[in-house]
Design a protein around this ligand. Structure first.
Ligand code: PLP
Ligand code: COI
Length: 337
């Protein structure tokens, strides 16, 4: 293994030693297999290629101050992958199979879990694809479930420094009754053009509005949105956003800190009323936002250039639990030994 510059890791692919694979054939899942290859050989007519039969997950493992490795809320990722499977007719991976594969992938690549001091983490990417051939639009009869891992730093290059978002009304990420609430590749393909434009113009991500009325905040490209108003944590309620496990955790932590939590529609103009706003997700962790630019209306919503005090408190609490330095009253972390 080459030496890794843990402190300067960005969010990108790198090869670990092993990945885990499991095939679904003849109506059942086989044994977990360990592979050291980065390649997969698939049928030319596999449904993942033609009809987007693909779902993925993202979760992280952290090396604590005590040296132990903790994975955050993996059962929730397993459940979400099951909902994704129901949404696009993939064979379902049970929570037991999912968590066993995650544990195995982390254990076998233990050397890639960044040291505590680096603030980096091991990103775990489970992937489920239709591998059986179809040319009619039908679900496959064979599937492949894989888990790969890689050490990562912050998703937005600013890390915990506030970042900039942009609103463009001419792109939708997902339709109101479509696939926005599940984690399937097509949602991300649909976000590439807008994302590239945002990056080109110096923003770290697009802030999407609801596709139907273009009135309410949905979410960022790769993360949920939240706003802080006084002692209230506000986050969008929408059928076209991904139910973020980080956001769910922050709502609990905010409640425990004595804050009021509101999950409701957020009118875009309410952006003027928040004291702090942020993006949250596994990859984004909490990314404070310093500016939202509404490109269609040429309106700028400005927040501090330093993270707000509530965002800092939530960030420290969440990271504290993930790194094993704060009590974990809800058993969100699982130790890998
Ligand atoms: N929203 C989208 C579109 C995402 O891709 C992600 C990342 O998984 C999130 C939100 C955050 O979800 P989580 O906190 O479960 O990682
Ligand atoms: C995550 O936060 O795990 C994500 O999947 C976001 C993005 C990299 C797609």
């Amino acid at each position: 293994m080459e030496t890794i510059d843990w402190k300067n890791l960005g969010f990108g692919y790198s090869k670990a030693d092993f990945n885990i694979r499991c095939w679904y054939r003849n109506g059942q899942w086989g044994e977990l297999e360990v592979s050291d290859s980065e390649n997969v050989t698939l049928h030319i007519a596999a449904t993942t290629f033609h009809y987007g039969q693909e779902a993925f997950e993202g979760l992280k493992a952290f090396r604590g101050k005590d040296g132990k490795i903790r994975v955050f809320r993996m059962e929730e990722n397993a459940k979400r992958m099951q909902r994704s499977s129901q949404g696009i007719m993939l064979a379902e991976v049970s929570t037991a199979l999912f968590t066993e594969a995650v544990r195995k992938a982390v254990r076998l690549n233990e050397g890639y879990v960044p040291p505590y001091e680096s603030g980096a983490a091991l990103y775990i990417r489970p992937l489920l694809i239709g591998t059986g051939p179809q040319i009619g639009v039908k679900p496959a009869d064979e599937y492949l479930f894989m888990v790969m891992v890689m050490p990562v730093g912050p998703y937005f290059k600013e890390g915990f420094k506030p970042t900039d978002l942009v609103i463009y009304r001419e792109y939708d990420r997902a339709a109101p009754l479509g696939t926005g609430k599940i984690k399937v590749g097509g949602n991300y393909a649909a976000s590439l053009v807008a994302g590239q434009r945002a990056h080109h113009n110096g923003f770290s991500s697009v802030l999407y509005l609801d596709a139907k009325e273009k009135k309410y905040i949905d979410e960022c490209g790769p993360a949920n949105f939240f706003g802080i108003k006084g002692n209230t944590y506000v986050t969008p309620k929408s059928d076209s956003i991904l139910p973020s496990i980080t956001n769910m955790s922050l709502r609990q932590l905010a409640t425990d800190m004595g804050m009021k939590v509101e999950e409701r529609q957020i009118d875009v103009e309410e952006l003027a009323e928040f004291d702090e706003v942020g993006a949250c997700g596994t990859a984004a962790v909490i990314s404070p936002i310093k500016r939202v630019y509404d490109a269609d209306k040429d309106i700028e919503y400005l927040y501090g250039t330093e993270p707000g005090k509530v965002s800092v408190k939530l960030y420290e609490k969440l990271r504290g639990i993930q790194y094993g330095i704060e009590p974990d009253p809800y058993n969100w972390t699982a130790i890998i030994d």
